[in-house]
Design a protein. Structure first.
Lengths: 145, 145, 145, 145
């Protein structure tokens, strides 16, 4: 294990895409603000999958990652039928906490629409804190596997 | 118990209200079509609560009501900030199946916006069919305690 | 134009995929029933895109396709992280109305989870009925350019 | 107008309630994290209504309040059928920006589940910044007619 367990891991980044549907828009003709948090979920799920194991498998290993904090800056609106790119990185990682950072861009032109972060506790099935084991740490630091 | 267990119970009707939020609208400025099914859930939950026991209590009694069919006719659009009235009735009730009927109206003026139905199997915790007991039948028929 | 303008067009089918997120599930651990209508939207949007023009372009041509009816049969539950396949076909097509049919399957194993239909009026920007022109008819019948 | 236009207005607080539906839960059996932002929308809409004029009327006056920032701390989970109380206050108010603060509690017992904030730009119909007029300022400061 690294002497600095909370250092961001520069290699763990992932790009997801999502097409904006009617469902995601509101009457202003833009993506409703809460729906960016759904994009964030897509982003971090895809990133975990890219480590070689899925969040579903994490759950089977007895880990849950409840969100304890989320924040979002809205820079420009996404519109119906836009293809969005969600770039997800692991921001800060320790044995008991993990932060994901997100950038949402319009694929066409690359304009940055939204920047966000989610912070997750690492807990066991009963909801109690549970330290992430070596295998998962290595995987999430991009050094495993 | 009635000799005709599937007869609709004329007394079991309930009126719920819901204010249209931005979240429920889409870029056409109207309530997105899937969101009426959320209104239906509010309607049938409130109706059950009006019987004196909640769906949460039904679950604790070991019953689940998975939806096996839903249908909706869209007559006129609901718009942002409209106060909606959802009128829910039990359409057809047997020991293994229950139908709810719904009418959604704009409170102001009373225009009928949407009519729908959901059909639910009555199953036990394991997902297997389970016959509704006398107490619940009586309650849902509006003749119970 | 065909003498039977409402005949289904056997060639217009499209397969979309969608991964089930936490957002789509409910506390039963299955996809919430209203969310299948979102899958249907993805399906019909992708099908239109496969004709060579998008629904966004249809709107720019002055056509809207408001849903006037939707129905869904729920055969088996979709679960978190399932990869779903949405098979969309044009069921019935006339100059003033279009039906889409949907089948949702679990990609792994191919189990049929849900079958549905949506019916759409074809209207102009003001909401009044507007007959679909030859170009769009041909495109939707899979015989166009 | 006050010499300190950005001071919080202690009188403008509002309590909304919302019953947790199946739709709002996820497979963990708790309210999905993005759905708290919908509760925040209910809260601030109700608060505006309590000033005597609605957000719909603000729009008719040519004002829009796009969200530019949102943040949320998740302290304890809300569960199916919980009655939630959303306490909304105006945090910081100037002619070009308005912050709302939110606390979500379980009505039974009063446990604090979630704390959040949304920041809104005040813009005109075209999306350009537009200074809030005296009437709306007074209303939002709780000193108006």
């Amino acid at each position: 294990m690294s002497a600095e367990p909370s250092q961001p891991s520069p290699t763990m980044a992932h790009l997801s895409t999502c097409r904006v549907t009617y469902r995601m828009t509101d009457q202003m003709g833009v993506v409703y603000y809460a729906n960016y948090l759904e994009l964030f979920e897509i982003g971090r799920t895809d990133l975990l999958r890219a480590t070689g194991l899925t969040y579903r498998q994490m759950e089977r290993d007895g880990y849950l990652l409840p969100v304890i904090h989320a924040a979002c800056d809205y820079l420009a609106p996404a519109r119906y039928d836009d293809l969005l790119e969600i770039r997800t990185t692991i921001g800060r990682l320790s044995r008991v906490r993990i932060d994901f950072d997100y950038e949402v861009r319009r694929a066409e032109g690359g304009e940055l629409l939204c920047r966000g972060v989610t912070r997750h506790a690492i807990v066991g099935a009963g909801g109690r804190p549970r330290r992430l084991d070596e295998g998962w740490m290595a995987r999430l630091q991009g050094t495993g596997g």
